[in-house]
Design a protein around this ligand. Structure first.
Ligand code: ZN
Length: 159
């Protein structure tokens, strides 16, 4: 396993659309392992493959530090409610801004054997799921910020 370099806003790769994963090759397995390691090392709650420069539809999330979640080819199938809160991103270091999103989301994704499963999330998990899945289509949370993008001294919940 290895820590990979996290791409930052301004890097054009972050605005590209990631491609569907059709096969779990050893390279893809290495990528997944590295994504978890890179996310934990950066104290993030989520990371999309595009953030380490690989245009594959792979997301890792862990909102508690004890619930690693791997999502391959995830898609949002249901949302409801609303939440507003500060959001941050490992690709936008040191910045935070207020984003309103659904409070509940249901996602269908594939696991590391490419078996389909469902995951539901509320509050922070819903926010992380929506934030990361948007990365796969080339979007950053800064596009959704209501009000100014603020500086944070130490953002400890970046995604
Ligand atoms: Zn992000």
């Amino acid at each position: 396993m290895a820590i990979r370099t996290i791409r930052e806003m301004g890097d054009p790769v972050l605005n590209k659309v990631s491609k569907e994963v059709k096969e779990i090759t050893p390279r893809v397995q290495d990528l997944i392992d590295d994504m978890f390691e890179t996310m934990y090392e950066a104290n993030g709650v989520g990371l999309a493959a595009v953030q380490v420069g690989v245009l594959k539809r792979i997301v890792v999330i862990d909102t508690t530090g004890e619930d690693p979640l791997l999502l391959i080819n995830p898609r949002v199938v249901e949302t409801s409610g609303e939440q507003t809160g500060n959001e941050a991103c490992l690709s936008v270091p040191g910045k935070t801004g207020s984003v309103t999103r659904p409070n509940y989301v249901k996602v269908v994704a594939q696991d590391e054997d490419l078996y389909e499963f469902e995951v539901e999330g509320e509050e922070l998990l819903a926010r992380a799921l929506l934030h990361e899945i948007e990365h796969l289509d080339g979007h950053l949370f800064v596009e959704r910020v209501d009000g100014p993008l603020l500086d944070v001294e130490m953002a400890d919940e970046e995604a």
